[in-house]
Design a protein around this ligand. Sequence first.
Ligand SMILES: [Zn+2]
Length: 317
Amino acid sequence: MNSRDLDTPFDRTSPVFADLESKLGMPDLLAWIDDEALLTARGSIKSTAVEVTASVLARHNVNALFFSLDVPGQAYITEREGGFAIYVNSGLPELARRFTIGHELGHTLFLERGDCSRGRSPLQRHNDPVVEYLCNRFAAGFLLPRAPLERWLYQNGFDPGYPERSVHLLPRVARLFRVAPQAVARRVFYHLAAKRYAIVSLRQRPEKDWVVSWCAVPGDVQQMAADLRFALPFRSGRVIPQEYVPVTASTFASDRTSLHGLWWRGVTPKSPRETRKPMKQWPYAQRRTAWVSRINGRMYVAMPLSEGESGSPTPVA
Ligand SMILES: [Zn+2]
């Protein structure tokens, strides 16, 4: 799994966040990032997907974009001729490469011009988790710009009050905007709709069983897992036994379904010992309502998380 594809845990109460809002003079930093990302993307939208064009780079004072297999990690930004240069690992798959360039472009918002050693806030640490989160927000806002994305979603029946009824749209958005579907899920559910849902994508293997392809959970659940040093059981590769796979999924809509309660344990941080157990050995849990769509050998499940519940390491069975 590509770590850049995941929402990093994010603490909105961090002094870095408040100081950035004050230094940048932006009372709503997240809305400002969305606006900046749209301004960067505008003019570089080819059909639906945003391209990394010369004007995109120029707007962020990036005067060179280098691709090399020698780049450590995924990418980094450095100073060059009064502006910045971005180095990208050329081994990255296309979608990860696009997102990672968006992330590095985001860094320029939080650095003094052409100076990688000076952040906009003196409180910023090297690899500050708040800044890393904000750069991921920028990347999502750049590749899935709010206004064009919302226009497309509304034309296709999306209701921001009920994003779970449009879970079937996630793979279409991913294809049109050329963004990984898990990034689309986070953008739609967490950034646009501000809903606490876990989104799980399954794929069917030739032997006909289903495995977890990816799982998106809200930032606070990830934060809890990180703090407890526990993992989410629905990591990619987790086998879902046939009796827990919903049967009523349809392709062109999202179906309301009664889903086995164990699914919610799969998106709850668990000790490594428990995480390794097969799903069938988890304690019983009551069925609950979720939304599901099945498309070309894949399944997308949207599971509502009520406050506090998903974050508990040991929910009552
Ligand atoms: Zn970064």
